[in-house]
Design a protein around this ligand. Sequence first.
Ligand code: ADP
Ligand code: ADP
Ligand code: ZN
Length: 210
Amino acid sequence: MKIVLLGPPGAGKGTQASILSEEMGVPRVSSGDLFRDHQGRGTELGRLAKTYMERGTLVPDEVTIRMVMEWVDAHERAFLLDGFPRTRGQAEALDEAMADKSGIDVALSIRVDREELVRRLTGRLICRGCQATYHRTSSPPSVEGRCGECGGELYQRQDDSPEAVVKRLEVYFEETEPLIGYYRQTGILREVDGEGPIDEIKAAIAAALN
Ligand code: ADP
Ligand code: ADP
Ligand code: ZN
């Protein structure tokens, strides 16, 4: 199965993608994690992406498409894409890359209200070691500041500051939300309500995929 996850920043894409990937045994990639990995390794791509990410704007299509397609080429049978595509150009590039294979099976859109998105993003904590995601109040780690999976240090992403969050939501509504219409037209869109306990949303996603 080839799935793309759509939804605003904070909708729970990463949280649900990691559950789904484990349960279905399907490899998953987050374009944001790929960029953060490049930054951590100090690559040229990482340095380029950093300036955009700090401002809460999108990294240009050309570099983003090249980076994600490299991963897709290595996992062409089944995958879960979290955070890609985010523009019409990226969606078209993905369709083109899939043209001589069976295409994307499902575009899953997760809907969450703006107020809840801001609450989720500004309280989000990430593990430096394994990228696991926590929330200060709704999914706190059992030991403060430490990842329950790997013991790594938890940190707050610079772009989860209130100012960057406002910008990222604006960019989402302008550039990424129109993709819902794009996938509705091709007939592979499924939509789920992303508000409520993580387990309930997981069940709603499972139902939408069946
Ligand atoms: P995205 O990848 O879409 O940006 P995340 O999966 O990183 O979203 O989730 C954003 C924040 O919201 C994280 O702190 C996460 O722990 C929290 N979160 C995820 N799902 C839920 C939920 N159903 N209810 C409350 N908080 C959630
Ligand atoms: P979130 O799910 O919270 O929005 P991500 O980790 O997916 O965060 O993305 C963080 C940042 O990385 C984005 O604000 C953007 O600058 C960059 N980025 C990630 N994916 C893409 C993409 N598909 N196209 C362009 N920029 C991207
Ligand atoms: Zn960890």
